[in-house]
Design a protein around this ligand. Structure first.
Ligand code: SAH
Ligand code: SF4
Ligand code: F3S
Length: 473
Protein backbone atom coordinates (compact mmCIF):
# COMPACT_ATOMS: atom_id res chain seq x y z
CA UNK A 1 0.00 0.00 0.00
CA UNK A 2 1.20 3.49 -0.75
CA UNK A 3 0.28 6.62 1.08
CA UNK A 4 -0.49 9.86 -0.63
CA UNK A 5 0.21 12.12 2.33
CA UNK A 6 -1.42 13.38 5.19
CA UNK A 7 -3.93 15.05 7.27
CA UNK A 8 -7.58 15.01 6.47
CA UNK A 9 -9.89 13.22 8.85
CA UNK A 10 -12.99 11.35 7.87
CA UNK A 11 -15.47 12.88 10.28
CA UNK A 12 -17.71 14.52 7.70
CA UNK A 13 -17.70 11.77 5.16
CA UNK A 14 -21.11 10.39 5.89
CA UNK A 15 -22.63 13.76 5.14
CA UNK A 16 -21.52 13.33 1.59
CA UNK A 17 -18.66 15.75 1.60
CA UNK A 18 -16.41 15.41 -1.39
CA UNK A 19 -12.72 14.99 -1.09
CA UNK A 20 -9.86 14.96 -3.46
CA UNK A 21 -6.54 13.28 -2.89
CA UNK A 22 -3.39 15.13 -2.23
CA UNK A 23 -0.39 13.62 -3.93
CA UNK A 24 3.17 14.56 -3.24
CA UNK A 25 4.48 11.95 -5.62
CA UNK A 26 2.40 12.89 -8.63
CA UNK A 27 5.38 13.73 -10.82
CA UNK A 28 6.58 10.16 -10.86
CA UNK A 29 3.54 9.26 -13.00
CA UNK A 30 3.10 10.26 -16.62
CA UNK A 31 -0.64 10.87 -16.30
CA UNK A 32 -2.73 12.41 -13.56
CA UNK A 33 -6.16 11.64 -12.22
CA UNK A 34 -8.38 13.61 -9.91
CA UNK A 35 -11.13 11.91 -7.90
CA UNK A 36 -13.97 13.26 -5.81
CA UNK A 37 -16.10 10.99 -3.65
CA UNK A 38 -19.65 11.44 -2.44
CA UNK A 39 -21.86 9.35 -0.19
CA UNK A 40 -20.96 6.75 2.38
CA UNK A 41 -17.65 5.48 3.71
CA UNK A 42 -17.85 2.51 1.32
CA UNK A 43 -17.59 4.93 -1.58
CA UNK A 44 -14.56 6.61 -0.05
CA UNK A 45 -13.03 3.22 0.48
CA UNK A 46 -13.79 2.27 -3.15
CA UNK A 47 -12.01 5.40 -4.37
CA UNK A 48 -8.88 4.05 -2.69
CA UNK A 49 -9.26 0.82 -4.65
CA UNK A 50 -9.75 2.81 -7.85
CA UNK A 51 -6.62 4.84 -7.05
CA UNK A 52 -4.68 1.60 -6.70
CA UNK A 53 -5.93 0.27 -10.05
CA UNK A 54 -5.10 3.57 -11.75
CA UNK A 55 -1.68 3.76 -10.20
CA UNK A 56 -0.64 0.49 -11.79
CA UNK A 57 -1.72 2.05 -15.09
CA UNK A 58 0.65 4.99 -14.60
CA UNK A 59 -1.85 7.49 -13.22
CA UNK A 60 -0.83 9.55 -10.19
CA UNK A 61 -3.41 11.31 -8.02
CA UNK A 62 -3.62 15.08 -8.05
CA UNK A 63 -5.54 17.53 -5.90
CA UNK A 64 -5.85 19.99 -8.75
CA UNK A 65 -8.42 18.95 -11.34
CA UNK A 66 -7.17 21.53 -13.80
CA UNK A 67 -4.00 19.55 -14.34
CA UNK A 68 -5.77 16.17 -14.51
CA UNK A 69 -5.95 13.99 -17.62
CA UNK A 70 -8.79 12.08 -16.01
CA UNK A 71 -11.45 13.48 -13.69
CA UNK A 72 -13.56 10.96 -11.76
CA UNK A 73 -16.65 11.46 -9.64
CA UNK A 74 -17.50 8.58 -7.34
CA UNK A 75 -21.20 9.17 -6.90
CA UNK A 76 -24.06 8.45 -4.51
CA UNK A 77 -27.76 7.88 -5.25
CA UNK A 78 -29.09 7.53 -1.74
CA UNK A 79 -31.23 10.68 -1.87
CA UNK A 80 -32.23 12.94 -4.71
CA UNK A 81 -30.11 15.73 -3.31
CA UNK A 82 -26.99 13.58 -3.53
CA UNK A 83 -27.60 13.14 -7.25
CA UNK A 84 -28.29 16.84 -7.75
CA UNK A 85 -24.95 17.71 -6.17
CA UNK A 86 -23.17 15.50 -8.68
CA UNK A 87 -25.09 17.00 -11.62
CA UNK A 88 -24.06 20.46 -10.49
CA UNK A 89 -20.46 19.43 -10.20
CA UNK A 90 -20.57 17.97 -13.71
CA UNK A 91 -21.69 21.30 -15.17
CA UNK A 92 -18.62 22.87 -13.56
CA UNK A 93 -16.39 20.26 -15.16
CA UNK A 94 -18.03 20.93 -18.53
CA UNK A 95 -16.46 24.40 -18.59
CA UNK A 96 -13.04 23.02 -17.80
CA UNK A 97 -13.36 20.39 -20.47
CA UNK A 98 -14.26 22.98 -23.06
CA UNK A 99 -10.90 24.60 -22.46
CA UNK A 100 -9.13 21.24 -22.30
CA UNK A 101 -10.84 18.82 -24.73
CA UNK A 102 -8.43 15.91 -24.12
CA UNK A 103 -9.46 15.59 -20.49
CA UNK A 104 -11.62 12.52 -19.79
CA UNK A 105 -14.52 12.64 -17.35
CA UNK A 106 -15.69 9.45 -15.67
CA UNK A 107 -18.63 8.75 -13.39
CA UNK A 108 -18.22 5.91 -10.90
CA UNK A 109 -20.29 4.50 -8.07
CA UNK A 110 -23.96 4.21 -7.31
CA UNK A 111 -25.31 6.87 -9.65
CA UNK A 112 -23.38 5.30 -12.53
CA UNK A 113 -24.95 1.97 -11.64
CA UNK A 114 -28.46 3.41 -11.33
CA UNK A 115 -28.46 5.39 -14.58
CA UNK A 116 -26.13 3.21 -16.66
CA UNK A 117 -25.73 4.35 -20.28
CA UNK A 118 -28.55 6.87 -19.76
CA UNK A 119 -25.86 8.95 -18.13
CA UNK A 120 -24.09 9.35 -21.46
CA UNK A 121 -27.28 10.59 -23.10
CA UNK A 122 -28.10 12.98 -20.28
CA UNK A 123 -24.63 14.32 -19.62
CA UNK A 124 -22.81 14.70 -22.89
CA UNK A 125 -19.45 15.55 -21.34
CA UNK A 126 -19.18 12.20 -19.55
CA UNK A 127 -16.85 9.75 -21.32
CA UNK A 128 -16.80 6.81 -18.94
CA UNK A 129 -19.48 5.23 -16.74
CA UNK A 130 -18.39 2.50 -14.31
CA UNK A 131 -20.42 0.71 -11.66
CA UNK A 132 -19.08 -0.35 -8.23
CA UNK A 133 -18.24 -3.92 -9.25
CA UNK A 134 -16.46 -3.05 -12.52
CA UNK A 135 -13.47 -1.00 -11.39
CA UNK A 136 -10.98 -3.62 -12.53
CA UNK A 137 -12.00 -2.84 -16.11
CA UNK A 138 -11.20 0.87 -15.75
CA UNK A 139 -7.89 0.63 -17.67
CA UNK A 140 -9.66 -0.86 -20.70
CA UNK A 141 -12.48 1.65 -20.47
CA UNK A 142 -10.01 4.54 -20.30
CA UNK A 143 -8.17 3.21 -23.33
CA UNK A 144 -11.46 3.03 -25.22
CA UNK A 145 -12.42 6.54 -24.17
CA UNK A 146 -9.02 7.85 -25.28
CA UNK A 147 -9.92 6.84 -28.82
CA UNK A 148 -13.04 8.99 -28.61
CA UNK A 149 -15.57 6.25 -27.86
CA UNK A 150 -17.84 6.48 -24.86
CA UNK A 151 -17.35 3.50 -22.56
CA UNK A 152 -19.61 1.85 -20.00
CA UNK A 153 -19.36 -1.10 -17.64
CA UNK A 154 -22.04 -1.44 -15.01
CA UNK A 155 -22.08 -5.20 -14.57
CA UNK A 156 -22.74 -6.21 -11.00
CA UNK A 157 -20.98 -9.26 -9.65
CA UNK A 158 -21.77 -11.94 -7.08
CA UNK A 159 -18.09 -12.49 -6.29
CA UNK A 160 -16.12 -9.28 -6.64
CA UNK A 161 -14.66 -8.05 -3.32
CA UNK A 162 -11.39 -6.52 -4.61
CA UNK A 163 -9.79 -8.67 -1.91
CA UNK A 164 -6.38 -8.75 -3.57
CA UNK A 165 -6.14 -5.02 -4.29
CA UNK A 166 -4.11 -2.95 -1.85
CA UNK A 167 -5.91 0.38 -1.52
CA UNK A 168 -3.91 3.55 -2.06
CA UNK A 169 -4.81 5.62 0.98
CA UNK A 170 -6.16 8.95 -0.19
CA UNK A 171 -6.08 12.02 2.00
CA UNK A 172 -5.04 9.87 4.88
CA UNK A 173 -4.08 11.19 8.29
CA UNK A 174 -1.77 8.17 8.60
CA UNK A 175 -3.63 7.02 11.72
CA UNK A 176 -7.12 5.86 10.76
CA UNK A 177 -8.17 3.82 7.73
CA UNK A 178 -11.19 2.00 6.32
CA UNK A 179 -11.21 -1.66 5.40
CA UNK A 180 -14.10 -2.99 3.30
CA UNK A 181 -15.10 -6.42 4.58
CA UNK A 182 -18.10 -7.04 2.36
CA UNK A 183 -20.00 -5.54 -0.55
CA UNK A 184 -23.64 -5.21 -1.56
CA UNK A 185 -26.75 -5.71 0.53
CA UNK A 186 -29.51 -8.34 0.58
CA UNK A 187 -31.86 -6.50 2.88
CA UNK A 188 -34.25 -4.67 0.60
CA UNK A 189 -35.34 -1.93 2.96
CA UNK A 190 -38.14 -0.47 0.89
CA UNK A 191 -36.78 3.11 0.77
CA UNK A 192 -33.26 2.14 -0.18
CA UNK A 193 -31.52 2.16 -3.53
CA UNK A 194 -28.34 0.42 -2.32
CA UNK A 195 -29.36 -3.18 -3.17
CA UNK A 196 -29.92 -1.99 -6.75
CA UNK A 197 -26.71 -0.01 -7.05
CA UNK A 198 -24.39 -2.37 -5.21
CA UNK A 199 -25.92 -5.74 -5.87
CA UNK A 200 -25.96 -8.90 -3.81
CA UNK A 201 -24.17 -9.18 -0.54
CA UNK A 202 -20.80 -10.97 -0.49
CA UNK A 203 -18.12 -11.24 2.17
CA UNK A 204 -14.44 -10.78 1.58
CA UNK A 205 -11.77 -13.38 2.35
CA UNK A 206 -10.98 -13.01 6.07
CA UNK A 207 -7.24 -13.55 5.53
CA UNK A 208 -7.04 -10.60 3.17
CA UNK A 209 -8.84 -8.41 5.73
CA UNK A 210 -6.48 -9.39 8.52
CA UNK A 211 -3.44 -8.94 6.28
CA UNK A 212 -4.65 -5.47 5.37
CA UNK A 213 -5.11 -4.58 9.04
CA UNK A 214 -1.66 -5.95 9.88
CA UNK A 215 -0.07 -4.06 7.02
CA UNK A 216 -1.73 -0.81 8.11
CA UNK A 217 -0.56 -1.34 11.66
CA UNK A 218 2.99 -2.07 10.48
CA UNK A 219 2.93 1.27 8.69
CA UNK A 220 1.91 3.20 11.78
CA UNK A 221 -1.87 3.21 11.50
CA UNK A 222 -3.67 2.89 14.85
CA UNK A 223 -7.31 2.49 13.92
CA UNK A 224 -9.23 0.54 11.32
CA UNK A 225 -12.95 0.75 10.57
CA UNK A 226 -14.44 -2.41 9.09
CA UNK A 227 -17.02 -1.43 6.51
CA UNK A 228 -20.12 -3.07 5.14
CA UNK A 229 -23.77 -2.14 4.64
CA UNK A 230 -24.69 -4.80 7.16
CA UNK A 231 -21.53 -6.00 8.91
CA UNK A 232 -23.33 -8.45 11.17
CA UNK A 233 -24.14 -10.69 8.26
CA UNK A 234 -20.46 -11.06 7.38
CA UNK A 235 -19.83 -14.76 6.81
CA UNK A 236 -16.84 -16.46 5.29
CA UNK A 237 -15.77 -20.08 5.26
CA UNK A 238 -12.08 -20.70 5.78
CA UNK A 239 -11.82 -24.04 4.00
CA UNK A 240 -8.14 -24.55 4.81
CA UNK A 241 -8.80 -24.39 8.55
CA UNK A 242 -12.35 -25.69 8.42
CA UNK A 243 -13.60 -22.61 10.21
CA UNK A 244 -16.72 -20.50 9.78
CA UNK A 245 -15.80 -16.89 10.27
CA UNK A 246 -18.73 -14.84 11.58
CA UNK A 247 -18.53 -11.10 12.13
CA UNK A 248 -17.76 -11.62 15.82
CA UNK A 249 -14.89 -13.96 14.92
CA UNK A 250 -13.59 -11.52 12.35
CA UNK A 251 -13.69 -8.68 14.88
CA UNK A 252 -11.70 -10.79 17.28
CA UNK A 253 -9.10 -11.69 14.67
CA UNK A 254 -8.62 -8.05 13.73
CA UNK A 255 -8.45 -7.04 17.39
CA UNK A 256 -5.69 -9.60 17.90
CA UNK A 257 -3.47 -7.90 15.29
CA UNK A 258 -2.30 -5.68 18.17
CA UNK A 259 -3.79 -4.25 21.36
CA UNK A 260 -2.49 -0.91 20.05
CA UNK A 261 -4.73 -1.10 16.97
CA UNK A 262 -8.24 0.20 17.53
CA UNK A 263 -11.06 -1.52 15.69
CA UNK A 264 -14.35 0.10 14.69
CA UNK A 265 -17.10 -1.09 12.37
CA UNK A 266 -20.11 0.20 10.49
CA UNK A 267 -23.01 -0.41 9.90
CA UNK A 268 -24.91 -2.72 12.24
CA UNK A 269 -28.48 -3.74 11.50
CA UNK A 270 -30.68 -3.98 14.61
CA UNK A 271 -32.10 -7.30 13.42
CA UNK A 272 -28.68 -8.89 12.99
CA UNK A 273 -26.32 -7.65 15.70
CA UNK A 274 -25.66 -10.60 18.01
CA UNK A 275 -24.72 -11.08 21.66
CA UNK A 276 -21.57 -12.76 20.37
CA UNK A 277 -20.55 -9.46 18.78
CA UNK A 278 -21.36 -7.54 21.97
CA UNK A 279 -19.40 -9.97 24.15
CA UNK A 280 -16.45 -9.79 21.77
CA UNK A 281 -16.54 -6.00 22.02
CA UNK A 282 -16.61 -6.22 25.80
CA UNK A 283 -13.71 -8.68 25.83
CA UNK A 284 -11.21 -6.58 23.85
CA UNK A 285 -10.29 -3.11 25.02
CA UNK A 286 -9.16 -2.13 21.54
CA UNK A 287 -12.56 -2.84 19.95
CA UNK A 288 -14.18 0.55 20.34
CA UNK A 289 -17.29 0.90 22.44
CA UNK A 290 -19.35 2.47 19.76
CA UNK A 291 -22.23 1.13 17.66
CA UNK A 292 -24.01 2.82 14.81
CA UNK A 293 -27.46 1.24 15.03
CA UNK A 294 -29.82 2.93 12.55
CA UNK A 295 -33.39 3.17 13.81
CA UNK A 296 -34.99 4.73 10.68
CA UNK A 297 -38.38 4.99 12.41
CA UNK A 298 -39.70 4.37 15.91
CA UNK A 299 -43.10 3.21 14.71
CA UNK A 300 -43.61 -0.52 14.24
CA UNK A 301 -46.17 0.13 11.51
CA UNK A 302 -43.76 2.34 9.54
CA UNK A 303 -40.85 -0.05 10.16
CA UNK A 304 -42.95 -2.75 8.58
CA UNK A 305 -43.61 -0.63 5.50
CA UNK A 306 -39.90 0.09 5.40
CA UNK A 307 -39.25 -3.65 5.44
CA UNK A 308 -36.78 -3.26 8.30
CA UNK A 309 -37.99 -6.56 9.83
CA UNK A 310 -37.83 -5.43 13.48
CA UNK A 311 -40.36 -3.77 15.74
CA UNK A 312 -40.04 -0.83 18.07
CA UNK A 313 -39.84 -3.23 21.02
CA UNK A 314 -37.12 -5.28 19.36
CA UNK A 315 -35.06 -2.16 18.77
CA UNK A 316 -35.47 -1.01 22.36
CA UNK A 317 -34.48 -4.44 23.62
CA UNK A 318 -31.31 -4.31 21.48
CA UNK A 319 -30.33 -0.96 22.95
CA UNK A 320 -30.93 -2.33 26.46
CA UNK A 321 -28.82 -5.38 25.69
CA UNK A 322 -25.97 -3.20 24.42
CA UNK A 323 -26.09 -1.10 27.58
CA UNK A 324 -26.18 -4.25 29.71
CA UNK A 325 -23.12 -5.85 28.11
CA UNK A 326 -21.16 -2.65 27.32
CA UNK A 327 -22.37 -0.04 29.82
CA UNK A 328 -20.32 2.84 28.41
CA UNK A 329 -21.10 2.14 24.76
CA UNK A 330 -21.67 5.11 22.45
CA UNK A 331 -24.73 4.63 20.22
CA UNK A 332 -25.67 6.61 17.14
CA UNK A 333 -28.50 6.30 14.64
CA UNK A 334 -29.90 7.12 11.21
CA UNK A 335 -33.44 8.47 11.11
CA UNK A 336 -35.80 9.14 8.23
CA UNK A 337 -38.59 11.70 8.71
CA UNK A 338 -41.78 11.62 6.66
CA UNK A 339 -41.74 8.14 5.15
CA UNK A 340 -44.89 7.20 3.20
CA UNK A 341 -48.08 7.27 5.33
CA UNK A 342 -46.22 8.51 8.43
CA UNK A 343 -48.68 10.03 10.87
CA UNK A 344 -48.10 12.39 13.77
CA UNK A 345 -48.21 9.46 16.20
CA UNK A 346 -45.57 7.55 14.21
CA UNK A 347 -43.35 10.61 14.34
CA UNK A 348 -43.91 10.86 18.11
CA UNK A 349 -42.89 7.21 18.38
CA UNK A 350 -39.62 8.05 16.65
CA UNK A 351 -38.96 10.91 19.06
CA UNK A 352 -39.79 8.54 21.94
CA UNK A 353 -37.21 5.95 20.91
CA UNK A 354 -34.61 8.65 20.34
CA UNK A 355 -35.19 9.72 23.94
CA UNK A 356 -35.06 6.24 25.41
CA UNK A 357 -32.00 5.29 23.35
CA UNK A 358 -30.26 8.55 24.38
CA UNK A 359 -28.27 8.66 21.14
CA UNK A 360 -24.93 10.42 21.26
CA UNK A 361 -25.34 11.38 17.64
CA UNK A 362 -27.63 10.82 14.66
CA UNK A 363 -27.69 11.27 10.89
CA UNK A 364 -31.13 12.60 10.07
CA UNK A 365 -32.86 12.87 6.72
CA UNK A 366 -36.26 13.42 5.27
CA UNK A 367 -37.57 10.73 2.99
CA UNK A 368 -36.55 11.02 -0.62
CA UNK A 369 -38.27 8.67 -3.04
CA UNK A 370 -35.80 6.71 -5.15
CA UNK A 371 -36.92 5.33 -8.52
CA UNK A 372 -37.15 1.56 -8.70
CA UNK A 373 -37.19 0.91 -4.96
CA UNK A 374 -39.96 -1.12 -3.33
CA UNK A 375 -41.41 2.00 -1.69
CA UNK A 376 -41.48 3.90 -4.98
CA UNK A 377 -43.36 1.04 -6.60
CA UNK A 378 -45.73 0.28 -3.75
CA UNK A 379 -46.44 3.42 -1.77
CA UNK A 380 -47.27 7.01 -2.47
CA UNK A 381 -44.76 9.59 -1.29
CA UNK A 382 -47.67 11.30 0.44
CA UNK A 383 -46.18 13.45 3.21
CA UNK A 384 -46.08 17.09 2.11
CA UNK A 385 -42.62 18.61 2.07
CA UNK A 386 -43.36 21.17 4.78
CA UNK A 387 -44.50 18.41 7.15
CA UNK A 388 -41.41 16.33 6.36
CA UNK A 389 -39.24 19.35 7.08
CA UNK A 390 -41.05 20.26 10.29
CA UNK A 391 -40.73 16.70 11.59
CA UNK A 392 -37.10 16.57 10.58
CA UNK A 393 -36.48 19.80 12.45
CA UNK A 394 -38.06 18.34 15.58
CA UNK A 395 -35.85 15.28 15.23
CA UNK A 396 -32.74 17.42 14.71
CA UNK A 397 -33.63 19.63 17.70
CA UNK A 398 -34.17 16.63 19.92
CA UNK A 399 -30.87 15.10 18.84
CA UNK A 400 -29.21 18.43 19.66
CA UNK A 401 -30.53 18.13 23.21
CA UNK A 402 -29.52 14.47 23.50
CA UNK A 403 -26.00 15.20 22.25
CA UNK A 404 -25.74 18.06 24.74
CA UNK A 405 -26.87 15.79 27.59
CA UNK A 406 -24.53 13.04 26.51
CA UNK A 407 -21.55 15.40 26.42
CA UNK A 408 -22.50 16.97 29.73
CA UNK A 409 -22.35 13.53 31.34
CA UNK A 410 -18.76 13.16 30.17
CA UNK A 411 -17.50 16.19 32.08
CA UNK A 412 -15.09 15.00 34.77
CA UNK A 413 -14.47 11.64 33.05
CA UNK A 414 -11.07 10.61 31.71
CA UNK A 415 -10.84 9.00 28.27
CA UNK A 416 -8.12 7.32 26.26
CA UNK A 417 -7.82 9.42 23.11
CA UNK A 418 -6.13 8.49 19.85
CA UNK A 419 -4.52 11.66 18.51
CA UNK A 420 -5.49 12.29 14.87
CA UNK A 421 -3.99 15.74 14.31
CA UNK A 422 -4.14 19.41 15.19
CA UNK A 423 -7.52 20.75 16.21
CA UNK A 424 -9.35 22.78 13.59
CA UNK A 425 -8.88 25.96 15.57
CA UNK A 426 -5.31 25.87 16.73
CA UNK A 427 -1.93 24.27 16.21
CA UNK A 428 -1.39 24.36 19.95
CA UNK A 429 -4.21 21.83 20.44
CA UNK A 430 -4.58 18.17 19.53
CA UNK A 431 -7.78 16.51 18.44
CA UNK A 432 -8.64 12.85 18.67
CA UNK A 433 -11.43 10.44 19.48
CA UNK A 434 -12.31 8.40 22.49
CA UNK A 435 -13.52 4.83 22.24
CA UNK A 436 -17.12 6.09 22.00
CA UNK A 437 -16.19 7.99 18.83
CA UNK A 438 -16.48 11.44 20.37
CA UNK A 439 -14.05 14.09 19.24
CA UNK A 440 -11.97 15.56 22.07
CA UNK A 441 -9.67 18.57 21.77
CA UNK A 442 -7.00 19.40 24.32
CA UNK A 443 -3.95 21.66 24.63
CA UNK A 444 -0.65 20.09 23.58
CA UNK A 445 1.09 21.71 26.56
CA UNK A 446 4.59 20.48 27.22
CA UNK A 447 3.77 16.85 26.62
CA UNK A 448 5.66 15.13 23.86
CA UNK A 449 2.75 13.53 22.09
CA UNK A 450 2.59 12.91 18.36
CA UNK A 451 -0.12 12.10 15.85
CA UNK A 452 -0.99 8.43 16.35
CA UNK A 453 -0.23 8.40 20.09
CA UNK A 454 -2.75 7.61 22.79
CA UNK A 455 -3.26 10.19 25.54
CA UNK A 456 -5.45 10.16 28.63
CA UNK A 457 -7.61 13.24 28.66
CA UNK A 458 -9.96 14.50 31.36
CA UNK A 459 -13.01 16.33 30.06
CA UNK A 460 -13.56 19.80 31.51
CA UNK A 461 -15.98 21.36 29.07
CA UNK A 462 -17.86 20.69 25.82
CA UNK A 463 -19.72 22.08 22.85
CA UNK A 464 -22.50 20.20 21.06
CA UNK A 465 -20.03 18.44 18.77
CA UNK A 466 -16.79 18.30 20.77
CA UNK A 467 -15.45 17.55 24.22
CA UNK A 468 -12.72 19.79 25.59
CA UNK A 469 -10.17 18.48 28.06
CA UNK A 470 -6.70 18.37 29.57
CA UNK A 471 -4.09 15.64 29.59
CA UNK A 472 -3.83 13.63 32.79
CA UNK A 473 -0.79 11.55 33.56
N1 SAH B 1 -26.67 0.08 5.35
C1 SAH B 1 -26.93 1.12 6.21
C2 SAH B 1 -27.36 2.41 5.61
C3 SAH B 1 -26.94 2.87 4.31
S1 SAH B 1 -27.69 4.32 3.70
C4 SAH B 1 -28.02 0.68 7.12
O1 SAH B 1 -28.74 -0.23 6.85
O2 SAH B 1 -28.20 1.33 8.12
C5 SAH B 1 -27.52 5.46 5.04
C6 SAH B 1 -28.80 6.02 5.54
O3 SAH B 1 -29.43 6.81 4.55
C7 SAH B 1 -29.86 5.02 5.91
O4 SAH B 1 -29.64 4.45 7.17
C8 SAH B 1 -31.11 5.84 5.87
O5 SAH B 1 -31.36 6.47 7.11
C9 SAH B 1 -30.80 6.90 4.84
N2 SAH B 1 -31.58 6.68 3.61
C10 SAH B 1 -31.51 5.63 2.79
N3 SAH B 1 -32.40 5.76 1.77
C11 SAH B 1 -33.05 6.93 1.98
C12 SAH B 1 -34.10 7.62 1.30
N4 SAH B 1 -34.67 7.11 0.21
N5 SAH B 1 -34.52 8.81 1.81
C13 SAH B 1 -33.97 9.32 2.91
N6 SAH B 1 -32.98 8.71 3.60
C14 SAH B 1 -32.53 7.52 3.15
FE1 SF4 C 1 -30.18 0.00 2.41
FE2 SF4 C 1 -31.34 -1.44 4.25
FE3 SF4 C 1 -29.26 -2.44 2.93
FE4 SF4 C 1 -28.91 -0.47 4.67
S1 SF4 C 1 -29.63 -2.54 5.16
S2 SF4 C 1 -28.06 -0.62 2.63
S3 SF4 C 1 -30.75 0.73 4.45
S4 SF4 C 1 -31.26 -1.96 2.08
FE1 F3S D 1 -24.67 6.35 -1.57
FE2 F3S D 1 -24.08 4.14 -2.76
FE3 F3S D 1 -23.16 4.62 -0.34
S1 F3S D 1 -26.03 5.15 -2.79
S2 F3S D 1 -24.73 5.88 0.55
S3 F3S D 1 -22.66 5.74 -2.14
S4 F3S D 1 -23.74 2.65 -1.15
Amino acid sequence: MVDLVANKVHDEQRQGEAFAPFANDVNQYNKKFYIESYGCQMNFSDSEIVASILQTEGFGATRNYEEADLVLLNTCSIREKAEQTVRKRLTEFRKIKEAKPGMLVGVLGCMAERLKSKFLEEEKLVDIVVGPDAYRTLPVLIEEAETGQKSVNVLLSREETYADISPVRLDSNGVTAFISIMRGCNNMCSFCVVPFTRGRERSRDAHSIINEAQDLFDRGYKEVTLLGQNVDSYYWIDEANDEMVTFAKLLEKVALVSPQLRVRFSTSHPKDITDEVLFTMAKYENICNYIHLPLQSGSTRVLQLMNRTYTREWYKAKVNRIREIIPDCGISSDIIAGFCTEEEQDHEDTLGIMQSSAYDMSYMFFYSERPGTLAARRYKDDIPEEIKKRRLKEIVDLQGKLSYESNKKDVGKTFKVLIEGNSKKSETEWKGRNSQNKMIVFPKGNYNYNIGDYAFVKVADFTQATLIGEVVI
